[in-house]
Write a protein that binds this ligand. Structure first.
Ligand SMILES: [Zn+2]
Length: 361
């Protein structure tokens, strides 16, 4: 008799950056963890996005029971519309993650045909032979989870992306105890995020950037363009707090930044003092030192608001000599060229440019 086994089939994200997708199979039941996409490197000219090869899922369609999401970053949910169009199964995610997913599915006119199931840390649920327990982890985005997946042959622990933030701004702590508990009971396989494993030491808390950002606000004399990942909700909150502190009105510019901040506000992850935000069309009504523009495009994405502003081609976000542009995010490997191209253009606008030189975190 063949020995019982659980199979792990990586469809993307293993040995590469992005496009996270892993199938877990026990006998005739499959669950999929994450459904990400990858943004193409420049040698893939004319390619907009790269999605995992899901031939395995399509060939075993009848066995696929659901897609489990660890968090809402594009490299974990961006491939959903493509996978769901081939394999329509329920999608499981936390409240915030599903809010991102809803927007994405709506865009692809797939929201009505998809079953979304909300899950929460510590609430176990069962899919076929798998019992899954979501575990709270901290990351640069909010409402992220790891998962312990009990199978008939043992427990798998999938961490998703994480950094252990001991003082997360939203107070939802990394559940180290739960990991210890599973460790004590015994784990068959640990699947772990490996970004930056080659760096020693600790990743500072999201709060750690605040003093440095405060200094930037203090020094900035004219308009401040603040750019970060639209999903970096903690970072956005810090920027909003500082704008409030320094008497700057905030205009949110760029589609992803607008959508993301709206979702975060609706779900209570962003707190805005009343009257802080203004419509981008009103930027000119205020003197430059009283304006912050929260703008998307921190990775130099060609069609982003920041890229267009950098070549003086954005209706509302006009960068004038002496304005400051802060790129408050790390450089994703592979994006260097497009980021530095944007920075070159920003200097042509005679802006002061502050970007990640390894110190911004
Ligand atoms: Zn992530």
């Amino acid at each position: 008799m063949a020995e019982e086994s659980v199979k792990l089939i990586p469809l993307g994200g293993l040995g590469e950056f992005g496009m996270n997708c892993m199938a877990v199979r026990y006998r005739d039941d499959i669950v999929v963890i994450d459904a990400g996409l990858m943004f193409p490197e420049s040698e893939l000219l004319g390619v907009d996005i790269v999605v995992p090869d899901i031939t395995y899922l399509v060939e075993n369609k009848a066995m696929v029971r659901g897609i489990l999401l660890t968090h809402g970053h594009e490299d974990h949910i961006g491939g959903l519309p493509w996978i769901l169009s081939e394999v329509n199964v329920p999608v499981y995610g936390t409240e915030f993650t599903l809010a991102y997913v809803e927007g994405k599915l709506e865009e692809h006119k797939m929201l009505d045909s998809t079953e979304l199931i909300e899950i929460a840390p510590n609430n176990k649920f069962t899919i076929g032979p798998f019992t899954i327990e979501p575990i709270r982890v901290t990351h640069s985005l909010v409402d992220c989870i790891a998962m312990a997946i009990e199978t008939p042959v043992g427990v798998l622990v999938h961490t998703g992306d994480f950094k252990i933030d001991l003082s997360p701004p939203d107070g939802k702590a990394f559940d180290l105890h739960k990991f210890a508990e599973y460790g004590q009971k015994g784990v068959l396989a640990l699947l772990q995020d490996s970004t930056n494993v080659d760096r020693s030491g600790y990743t500072p808390s999201e709060w750690a950037v605040k003093p440095r950002l405060d200094e930037v606000f203090l020094r900035t004399k004219k308009k401040l363009f603040f750019s970060c990942f639209s999903s970096s909700i903690y970072r956005i909150q810090i920027a909003l707090d500082l704008a409030h502190k320094y008497g700057r009105k905030v205009a949110v510019v760029g589609r992803s930044m607008m959508e993301s901040s709206e979702i975060a506000q609706d779900l209570g992850y962003l707190n805005l003092p009343p009257g802080l935000t203004i419509h981008p069309g009103q930027i000119g009504d205020y003197s430059p030192e009283n304006v912050m523009v929260l703008i998307s495009g921190t990775q130099g994405e060609p069609m982003s608001a920041l890229s267009r502003a950098a070549v003086d081609n954005h209706k509302h976000a006009r960068i004038s000599p002496g304005d400051t542009v802060l790129l408050s995010s790390r450089v994703i490997p592979g994006n260097e060229k497009s980021i530095y191209r944007v920075i070159d253009h920003l200097y042509r606008r005679e802006a002061e440019v502050l970007y990640d030189d390894g110190s911004m975190g």
